[in-house]
Design a protein around this ligand. Structure first.
Ligand SMILES: Cc1cc2nc3c(=O)[nH]c(=O)nc-3n(C[C@H](O)[C@H](O)[C@H](O)COP(=O)(O)OP(=O)(O)OC[C@H]3O[C@@H](n4cnc5c(N)ncnc54)[C@H](O)[C@@H]3O)c2cc1C
Length: 380
């Protein structure tokens, strides 16, 4: 039996950040991931400079052998309407990364013992009675089990079956390296990703050029006919001459929960959830990497505070820290969300044409979260 103080299920940004935060402690940390790394992850792949700062990533060093696309503007519109450009005069307000590279970089430096290519299957209470811990897959013994397995995290399901009925955003994405001809036929500017909100206001699509790579995707709050929406979005982009006609059409799908509407419980005896496993994505943009990283930092703080007593009672501190940072969860729709769709459409079609709304609300509030006070970087 392999023994850990903390076993983390999932080696994405949440899991690897938690391990990194606990790297120089006396705790023995393990990560279990069903995939071997580097592995692809369905994602547009943009992160704010604040995430890079929090994670102590040296940008020059990172960019030596990986894609790091500076973003210094956005083109925003309601699909079919005129686009409005917000420009930050060359200042990087975000970066484009490739998750296959980013996640592997974080995992390899995190200092945990890696058990890759092995899925979490089951957990049981230890039967010896004396030692308060869990047995995982009949093979690992851990005082604390961390669910960091993303939206479909099996640990989240093991502690709370409600997850099945949650309202999730569903999304499809494709990322591929363009050939010379495709690059010629792509009019998307590298520093200016384009966002297109759907006319029914149920989601948005994006097209994002990161160096030689093109990333196209669309996410919606309703599952129905997602593939049709994605297909017609791509036809629109190609008819506008924005993307080459012969793009790869192997879209990958995934889902995530928006923090305010998620109903997952985040702690149980000897168990704590971080990242998408806890359902933390920001409401309008669906950005999930920053909340994943921040939740991991809070989890590390709580783990230190618990001094190896990982009872639910002691772990509740995590809920408090999360609420202080992300606010109270409001499973019921807010006032604006309850407005009839035709009213919302009228407002949206007018507002999305204005420079003020697209810059101050969509770009800065929804996508850059510039109102969020920065957290201190991980102390190494
Ligand atoms: C289409 C799309 C676009 C997105 N674009 C952005 C974006 O541009 N910027 C942004 O900030 N966020 C974006 N997000 C959200 C972002 O991808 C997630 O919030 C982020 O990946 C969460 O990190 P995580 O570590 O919690 O989970 P993940 O990154 O999902 O990692 C979970 C890990 O757990 C492993 N795992 C799963 N099941 C098991 C199991 N049974 N046993 C063992 N291991 C398991 C997986 O292999 C994986 O490595 C997007 C999401 C989608 C769907």
């Amino acid at each position: 039996m392999q023994k850990y103080d903390v076993l983390i299920v999932g080696g994405g940004p949440a899991g690897s950040t938690l391990a990194y935060c606990l790297k120089n402690t006396e705790l023995k940390i393990g990560i279990l991931d069903k995939k071997t790394f580097p592995r692809p992850k369905v994602c547009a792949g943009w992160v704010t400079p604040d995430v890079m700062r929090l994670l102590n990533i040296n940008l020059d060093d990172y960019a030596k052998s990986r894609v790091l696309q500076k973003i210094s503007g956005f083109k925003i519109s309601l699909l079919g309407q005129k686009q409005v450009e917000t420009n930050y005069s060359g200042k990087p307000v975000s970066y484009g990364i490739r998750r296959i590279e980013f996640d592997d970089y974080l995992l390899q430096r995190c200092g945990a013992e890696l058990n890759l290519g092995e899925a979490f299957k089951k957990m049981e209470k230890s039967s010896d009675g004396s030692d308060e811990c869990l047995i995982i897959n009949d093979k690992y013994k851990a005082r604390l089990l961390i669910g960091a397995g993303g939206h479909y995290c099996p640990v989240a399901r093991a502690i709370d079956a409600k997850g099945v009925s949650e309202l999730a955003v569903v999304a499809q994405e494709v990322e591929f390296e363009m050939n010379a001809l495709q690059k010629n036929n792509c009019s998307i500017k590298e520093e200016v990703p384009e966002l297109f909100f759907t006319p029914d206001l149920m989601g948005y699509g994006w097209v994002f050029r990161k160096g030689d790579y093109l990333n196209i995707g669309l996410g919606r709050e309703d599952k129905s006919k997602l593939s049709c929406h994605v297909k017609s979005f791509c036809q629109y982009l190609s008819a506008q001459g924005k993307i080459p006609e012969d793009i790869a059409d192997k879209y990958n799908g995934h889902a995530y929960l928006l923090y305010n509407h998620a109903i997952r419980q985040m702690v149980a005896d000897h168990v704590l959830l971080i990242g998408d496993s806890a359902g933390l994505a920001y409401p309008q943009s669906g950005e999930g990497i920053r909340p994943a990283v921040e939740s991991a930092i809070f989890a590390a703080e709580v783990i230190r505070f618990c001094e190896k007593d990982y009872s639910k009672n002691k772990l509740q501190t995590y809920n408090l820290l999360m609420e202080q940072r992300f606010g109270k969860r409001l499973p019921e729709p807010e006032l604006m969300e309850r407005l009839p769709v035709f009213i919302k459409k009228i407002f949206a079609s007018q507002l999305m044409k204005t420079q003020w709304f697209t810059k101050n609300i969509v770009a800065e509030k929804w996508f850059l979260q510039s109102h969020q006070p920065p957290m201190p970087a991980i102390n190494k």
